[in-house]
Design a protein around this ligand. Sequence first.
Ligand SMILES: NC(=O)c1ccc[n+]([C@@H]2O[C@H](COP(=O)([O-])OP(=O)(O)OC[C@H]3O[C@@H](n4cnc5c(N)ncnc54)[C@H](OP(=O)(O)O)[C@@H]3O)[C@@H](O)[C@H]2O)c1
Length: 337
Amino acid sequence: MKAAQISRYSKTLEVKINSIDIPSITSTQVLIKTKVADVDPHLVLAITGKVKIFDRYNFPLTLGNQLAGVVIEVGTGVMDFKVGDHVYTMPPLDKMGAFAEYVAVDAAIVAKMPTNLSFKEAAAVPLSALTIIQALAILDVRQGGKLFIPGGTGGFGQMAVPYAKSQGLFVTVSGSGSARDMANQLGADEFIDYETQDYTHILRGYDYVIDTRGASEISKQMKILKPGGKLLSLSAGPNARFANRSADLSTAKKILFSLLGLPFDGLAKWHKKSYDFLYVQPNGQQLAAFTQYLEKTNIKPVIDSEYTFDQVNAAIAKIATGYCEGKVLLNVEDGGY
Ligand SMILES: NC(=O)c1ccc[n+]([C@@H]2O[C@H](COP(=O)([O-])OP(=O)(O)OC[C@H]3O[C@@H](n4cnc5c(N)ncnc54)[C@H](OP(=O)(O)O)[C@@H]3O)[C@@H](O)[C@H]2O)c1
């Protein structure tokens, strides 16, 4: 089968399509024939080695964090899926593997696709869906709380904003001026145009921030939180709270993450607020709950662009620009979506 792989870290983001064996499954796994995979910003970090502290890959590594496809084989111990089911999944970030014609994954991290979504739309959902579910759980949000998501009109925001609204939150996002309409469509209560407005002069008394912008923005984001407010970053870096929550980390990693997080934790303490970090985890139950939510609300991801499997390098180059109006897709199966 064809698989888009890297054999080492590289700054040039060069990916090769190799011919490899179709994986065999264990008793707890399903084999999925991939229709469409999604190309997300984490891939750029993975290829350039920027998430080495979290994930040490076995090379050659088949890339790809999320996919939609059809179950073609089921392990003897799998009860929840059958051959022919339309499913979607986010494989573990340290294994990836979605950019391949066939993918073997544990059934526990797979969910049936929403019946109202095409394979293309479904492929764009799992990573963002799991991120917002896990983020709101860590923040332990309460109804009526105010949430700011800088960069919340991107791929993550498309799922995060309507879902956060459905949990009773007041949601503000920032984006470039051209993303204002998108923010309105997503149901955001307030929009900040980062090209012309400084949110630190406008937003006050927020309960929560979900940071997508990284370390350089943390200090500014702290200012808009009220005392006791909580900042959860997706991009800045890990800390002690994150380390303590991650049960399977070695002691050395826990110490490392705690030390790396000292500047953020110190800043948070100074402001009488809290800092935390999320590195999203696969979860079939959470994804199945999101399937029900999408079927009920008919929310669909917006697609920025599509590429054929052979154009995988162009697709990754596009996501690396950081300017996408929606999701970037890789049509792994020609015409089969
Ligand atoms: N740790 C985790 O588990 C986890 C999970 C999910 C996502 N993430 C990370 O979260 C980040 C966002 O993911 P994504 O999928 O939403 O990326 P994306 O689709 O590329 O969206 C990024 C958004 O940021 C906006 N942006 C650019 N410059 C900005 C600025 N100065 N201020 C505010 N917004 C700005 C862009 O808006 P315009 O196009 O309008 O300029 C764009 O819509 C990525 O770094 C990703 O790796 C991490």
